[in-house]
Design a protein around this ligand. Structure first.
Ligand code: 4NP
Length: 166
């Protein structure tokens, strides 16, 4: 993580995937629960967005909501597209795969803004065959379970690093 978070009163974290109806709203929900469980609610603000705006205004994909709900996550985020303003408003921008990262890098207005982009896959510790969060949209139930397993793993390491950096 390049962005300097030291001493910031609140760290703003944006999770980004393609449609903002599967992976990134799930990442937001998983991370928010970890933050709440650890009593860190005052220190972090989370949001999510997609590089593609075709699902703007929609709740997360029903399959994602069903699988998340089984683990106790209630996903109520409304899909929105990433904006240029997000690069100013957020301290850390977390891409789910390299395609998301490429699209984000294309949008960044400066080296400083591009430096806010990190990869969720870099925080996966227990699923060694994965270096990104695979798009579940055209997959079956196991694809959604895999996304949640990877996110629960990666969010733990990411939150540790964010807490240390702040
Ligand atoms: P997400 O999944 O990027 O994890 O939200 C997708 C959602 C929608 C589409 C692709 C992936 N789509 O092509 O509409």
């Amino acid at each position: 993580m390049k962005a300097s978070l030291k001493g910031k009163e609140k760290v703003n974290v944006l999770f980004v995937c393609l449609g903002n109806i599967c992976r990134s709203p799930a990442a937001q929900g998983v991370m928010q629960r970890m933050i709440d469980e650890r009593g860190l609610g005052d220190r972090f603000y989370l949001d999510s967005a997609g590089t593609y705006g075709g699902h703007a205004g929609e709740l997360p994909d029903r399959r994602m909501r069903v699988h998340a709900q089984r683990r106790g996550y209630n996903l109520t985020h409304r899909s929105r597209r990433v904006t240029g303003q997000d690069f100013e408003d957020f301290d850390v921008i977390v891409a789910m795969d390299s395609s998301n990262r490429y699209n984000l890098q294309e949008m960044a207005a400066s080296v400083e803004e591009a430096g806010k982009i990190i990869m969720m896959g870099d925080y996966i510790r227990h699923y060694q065959h994965y270096d990104h969060i695979p798009d579940p949209y055209y997959e079956g139930a196991e694809g959604f379970e895999l996304v949640l397993n990877l996110l629960e793993d990666a969010c733990e390491a990411l939150l540790e690093e964010l807490v240390q950096a702040n």
